[in-house]
Design a protein around this ligand. Structure first.
Ligand code: SF4
Length: 54
């Protein structure tokens, strides 16, 4: 993985954009959204740039 964005900490290792051996995303930027109409906790939000690793 050539790109490591140390501004985006992430532990979702099942994502194709995860750097693998470190705890960072490899994208320049990510899109974050919420799956609740009125989010009240961190778990109400999601990384919408996630792509499942096969
Ligand atoms: S796209 Fe989102 S879920 Fe995937 S590695 Fe980056 S921050 Fe994590």
């Amino acid at each position: 993985m050539e790109n490591i964005n140390r501004s985006i900490h992430c532990t979702v290792e099942d994502c194709v954009h995860h750097c693998g051996s470190c705890s960072y995303c490899s994208l320049e930027a990510i899109h974050v959204g919420a799956h609740e109409s009125r989010p009240s906790e961190d778990r109400c939000t999601d990384c919408l740039s996630f792509v499942k690793k096969f």
